[in-house]
Design a binder for this molecule. Structure first.
Ligand code: ADP
Ligand code: ADP
Length: 227
C-alpha cells in the first residue's frame, strides 16, 4: 500500500510542487493521475520512489516511511517500483534485449536469471521477435514497450508511469494502457499520470485529478460513466 499524509513539496527555488496531499492507494489498484501540465503529477510520482524528497508530511510505501529514508536504503525501495517515462530513456547503442538485461545485471543478478527475466518481460510486451533490434529501428510504441519490459523485468509490485503515452499516437497510446492494465490484472499496483483526458474516457478505473499541487478530485470510476 502507498499512503500519503499531508505531503508537501517545495522546490529549492520556492516553487510549490505539492500542497497537503492525502491519499491511500491499495496494493493491486490501477490509478490514473490526471491534470494539466505543471499541476504536480510528476512531483507526486517522484515522491513514491524518492526521486524527489517531500518537504512536509509522511509517505508510507509497503509499510515503510520513506520521507526520511537514508540514501543507503533508497535502492531497496526502488527495486519494488518499476518506472516508465514519457521519453522512454532507452540506451541507443544497446539492443532491445540488452536494454532490459542491462538493468537486471546492474542489480547483480546471475546471468541465467537475467536471461530468463529479460525474455519473459519482453515476451509479455510482445517484443520477443525484436530482441536484436536497436531503439532507432523501432516505432515509438515499441520503444515504450521495451521501457515497460525493463521496468517490470525484476518483478516490482508497483509501476509508476509518467506520461508514458505523451509521445505516442492514439493507437499506440491505447496499447500501452492495455499493457499496464494487463500488468495490473497480474496483481501489480499501477499509477499512470497523463494530461490526456481522451485516453481515459471509458476506462473503468480510479481517477485522481491534481491541480495546482493539490488533489482536486478522487473518483472510483472517474471517467467511466461520463463516456
Ligand atoms: P506536471 O507533472 O503535472 O506537469 P510537475 O510536478 O512537473 O507537474 O510540476 C509541478 C510544479 O513544480 C510546476 O510549477 C513545476 O514548474 C514545478 N517543478 C517541478 N520540478 C521542479 C524542480 N525540480 N524545481 C523547481 N520547480 C519544479
Ligand atoms: P516532468 O514533467 O516529467 O518532470 P519536466 O520537463 O517538467 O518533466 O522536467 C524535467 C526536469 O526539470 C525534471 O528533473 C524536473 O524536476 C525539472 N524541472 C521541472 N520544472 C522545473 C522548474 N520550474 N525549475 C527547475 N527545474 C524544473
Amino acid at each position: 500500500m502507498i499512503e500519503f499524509t499531508n505531503v508537501s513539496k517545495k522546490y529549492a527555488n520556492g516553487v510549490i510542487g505539492l500542497h497537503n496531499i492525502n491519499i491511500q492507494i491499495e496494493s493491486g489498484e490501477f490509478l490514473f493521475v490526471i491534470g494539466p501540465s505543471g499541476a504536480g503529477k510528476s512531483s507526486f510520482l517522484k515522491m513514491i520512489n524518492c526521486q524527489e524528497k517531500a518537504t512536509g508530511g509522511e509517505i508510507k510505501v509497503n509499510g515503510i516511511e520513506i520521507t526520511r529514508l537514508s540514501r543507503f536504503k533508497i535502492p531497496k525501495l526502488r527495486r519494488q517500483i518499476g518506472v516508465v517515462f514519457q521519453d522512454f530513456k532507452l540506451l541507443k547503442k544497446m539492443t532491445v534485449y540488452q536494454n532490459v538485461a542491462f538493468a537486471l545485471e546492474a542489480i547483480g543478478l546471475p546471468k541465467e536469471e537475467v536471461r530468463q527475466k529479460a525474455l519473459d518481460a519482453l515476451t509479455l510486451v510482445g517484443l520477443e521477435g525484436k530482441l536484436l533490434f536497436y531503439p532507432n529501428q523501432l516505432s515509438g510504441g515499441e520503444q515504450q514497450r521495451v521501457a515497460i519490459a525493463r521496468a517490470i523485468a525484476n518483478n516490482p509490485d508497483i509501476i509508476i508511469a509518467d506520461e508514458p503515452t505523451g509521445n505516442l499516437d492514439p493507437d499506440n497510446s491505447i496499447q500501452i494502457v492495455n499493457i499496464l492494465k494487463e500488468l495490473n490484472k497480474q496483481g501489480k499496483t499501477v499509477i499512470m499520470a497523463t494530461h490526456d483526458h481522451e485516453l481515459i474516457f471509458g476506462q473503468d478505473c480510479r481517477v485522481v485529478t491534481i491541480d495546482h499541487g493539490t488533489i482536486f478530485s478522487d473518483e472510483v470510476r472517474g471517467y467511466y460513466e461520463n463516456n
